[in-house]
Write a protein that binds this ligand. Sequence first.
Ligand SMILES: Nc1nc2c(ncn2[C@@H]2O[C@H](COP(=O)(O)OP(=O)(O)OP(=O)(O)O)[C@@H](O)[C@H]2O)c(=O)[nH]1
Ligand SMILES: O=C([O-])CC(=O)C(=O)O
Ligand SMILES: [Mn+2]
Length: 630
Amino acid sequence: MFNESESRRPLRSSLPSTGSAPTHPRLLAWLDEVVALCRPDAIHYCDGSAEEADRLARQLIESGTLIRLNDELVPNSVYARTDPDDVARVEDQTFICSEDERNAGPTNNWMDPAQMKRIMSDLYDGCMVGRTLYVMPFCMGHLDAADPKFGVEVSDSAYVVLSMRIMTRMGREVLETMEETEADFVPCLHSVGMPLEPGQADVPWPCNETKYIVHFTDEKMVWSYGSGYGGNSLLGKKCYALRIASVMARDEGWLAEHMLILKLISPEGRAFHIAAAFPSACGKTNLAMLDPTIEGWRVETLGDDIAWMRFGQDGRLYATNPETGFFGVAPGTSFETNPNAMTAIRKGNSIFTNVAMTPEGDIWWEGMTKDKPETLSDWKGRAWHGKSGPEGGRPEEKAAHPNSRFCTPIEQCTILADEYHDPAGVPIDAIIFGGRRENTVPLVTQSRDWRHGVFMGATCSSESTAAAKGAVGVLRRDPMAMLPFIGYHVADYVQHWIDIGKGAEQSKLPKIFYVNWFRRDEDGRFMWPGFGENSRVLKWIAQRIAGEVDAMETPIGLLPAEGGIDVDGLEISDEDLAGVLGYQEHEWRDEVPRIGRWFDSFGWRLPREMVDELLQLETALGREMSNFGH
Ligand SMILES: Nc1nc2c(ncn2[C@@H]2O[C@H](COP(=O)(O)OP(=O)(O)OP(=O)(O)O)[C@@H](O)[C@H]2O)c(=O)[nH]1
Ligand SMILES: O=C([O-])CC(=O)C(=O)O
Ligand SMILES: [Mn+2]
């Protein structure tokens, strides 16, 4: 695959190695090529064991990449500070390299796969000199799933090994299953892009200014170079479970989505399964672990970031979480906002990246406690005293990077639903789309039907966050919260959603809702308290599914009727409540041409159904305008 066969290149078999080598023929052939190209000094075949993780953590602590945290406060946990320029996904440098440019579509960067391979092979040439190559067989989803999805990540970063072990099923058992069943796998090649010459000292966070996150979607292969940060380096997550899997899902008739999965249980004990898509840093982890403020209602967690949904024998859509950990946004997480996440985190066995640290060796971030500790060392390693900000910095700086993260095993979540362990997953009753909009989009809207729901998802928009490099707070369309993760043409993706609905028995399809927790008043204050109070919206959704409450038909969809949302005991002014629940016609009249321009960008592949929906919205708004005479 690299068009290289020079004899000076090292042979894998001549390298010092630890762990047991695979026998899988395709894997061996691929490893031979990687070794010849990247030229690591040694190779380690990961077994995924706790002993292996311990050993690697100790090495990384010694070399200065990791700091051990206080065992009494966060047991068995470590802390990493990245290079200040390697803190988020790099969407500009993320590519979908399909053979045919037209299949990448207008929302992805594209390059000819052969050209990309030439560029990256030059970068990979000798990129692991002085380093160890780690081989990580992994499985996204259950090993005993009907159609298990295997991958093998090879990386020169032990931080990646420790993180992959938390986030995926990784190691010996996976390899054995792959070998026994002669299963194919997605090759995922990762390098931090910083070789070490003999005698050259390493830096705490090796990376390269040049970064590429590349998906060969026809071949089903991932190449990542230059970044050690989560979404760029843990290749099972966004690269495989969303970008590559979305292509598989299109071809095989299922859905790979950027969604949390939760189980909502009513006071009578009735269970509702809900999948919800919000863009990065817009509230998936928080909703997945929600602690309801309303009497008698409970939430159990199934997943907080990725959902794979397939039709079951009974014609219903079943969701599974292919991951085994949380890679959650730290700032804003507290015992008040997300007690379940805090409890899971406090059990330890976690990796914290770019948070702040107290002198006692505890973690801290903005929003964790009301008051900032007196002394801290921040995510850049600078000392903080009192309120004055970092030494040599500005007082308004944050001690934890806004995209700092905790990486924690999902099993530590005390409200994990039993069904998480079921390879068949859970039947989904409702799908929620959402975004971060300071205006226009009401707290909750139900779609009239599947097609209208797909329209809501396809036109979903959000203000950008710190989860990706670039300006924060810029409004962009983010279809189904998948904008950075669709592995093919966005129009075909929306068509796929429409087709999923067409092929199904309508009454068995999940109901679709659109929510917005982020509406603000003129002073920029959030009008809806959010977090645990979002349970009031979930209750309305459950009651809609059960047919227990009425809704109001409006041009934009079905809104809660007067008194429909349970606000018993909620501290909210009538003005704020009306402000979040209602919709402003003038805002929607402004929204229609924006949606039109968004759809224009799809080109001729834009599904006809979406044009119809937009026309219907426009007409309904027009009619409404004349009805009310303004
Ligand atoms: N105002 C408000 N903020 C919220 C709410 N839910 C979450 N947030 C904030 O949104 C930010 C991100 O929330 P997360 O739940 O971590 O987002 P996510 O969608 O899981 O993010 P990724 O892991 O990047 O995919 C945090 O700062 C939260 O405090 C809410 O209901 N209201
Ligand atoms: O992928 C990452 O780095 C973190 C994440 O969940 C997201 O950005 O949606
Ligand atoms: Mn995410």
